[in-house]
Design a protein around this ligand. Structure first.
Ligand code: GAR
Length: 198
């Protein structure tokens, strides 16, 4: 079985979309894959209750309990490794990861970022797209490398920026696309890796 571990920090709507897609599209039968665990760096992440309600194992590794980014990442990797992951999915996980963590999961660590990378890495992507006068915005799923919000692009979706958009309206239009894109990108990754297994 290919275990998928999802890391979240907040609402977990992307995680929920992935969980829904895994059931609806029978990832277990088609790819031998399952969502093994949802792990958060915040105990109050709303997505944790949602994951539990689907019978998914959850864990919290509070970053505030650790003296350094490196120490946190060691503990996080322990929690992740407890589920022998084939794929680690960052879904609104709002921590910068150390090179050691990224290297440990090289080729099996992916992220969703709410902009058309390489435009607007970092925070406040929607306001920055509006301020720049962009006519389109969107979302990117990419492999994680040591450089923040870089790495090979797996898939993207585009939305229009409307004349009266504010950050919140653009964010909700992008988020609706995120919920389609992330399950599709994971499904493609699973199909691709399945075809290489003899
Ligand atoms: C999503 O918009 C995701 O793209 C973004 O955080 C939100 C999480 O929402 N991620 C980043 O900004 C990472 N750089 P969710 O918790 O409802 O999935």
């Amino acid at each position: 079985m290919k275990n998928i571990v999802i890391l979240i920090s907040g609402g977990g709507s992307n995680m929920a979309a992935i969980v829904r897609a895994a059931g609806r599209d029978r990832w277990s039968e088609r790819f031998g894959a399952r969502i093994a665990a949802v792990i958060s760096n915040k105990a109050d992440a709303a997505g944790l209750a949602l994951a539990k309600s689907h019978g998914i194992e959850t864990a919290v590794v509070p970053h505030k309990d650790f003296p350094s980014r490196e120490a946190f990442d060691v503990a996080l990797a322990e929690a992740v490794d407890a589920h022998s992951p084939a794929l680690v999915v960052l879904a609104g996980f709002m921590r910068i990861l150390t090179p050691a963590f990224v290297g440990r999961y090289a080729g099996r660590l992916i992220n969703i970022h709410p902009s058309l990378l390489p435009a607007f890495p970092g925070l406040n992507t929607h306001q920055r797209a509006i301020d720049a006068g962009c006519k389109v915005a969107g979302v990117t799923v990419h492999q994680v490398t040591t450089e923040l919000d870089h790495g090979p692009i797996l898939d993207q979706a585009v939305v229009p920026v409307l004349p009266d958009d504010i950050s919140a309206t653009l964010a909700s239009r992008v988020l609706a696309q995120e919920h389609q894109l992330y399950p599709r990108a994971i499904s493609a990754w699973l199909a691709d890796t399945s075809s290489h297994i003899s």
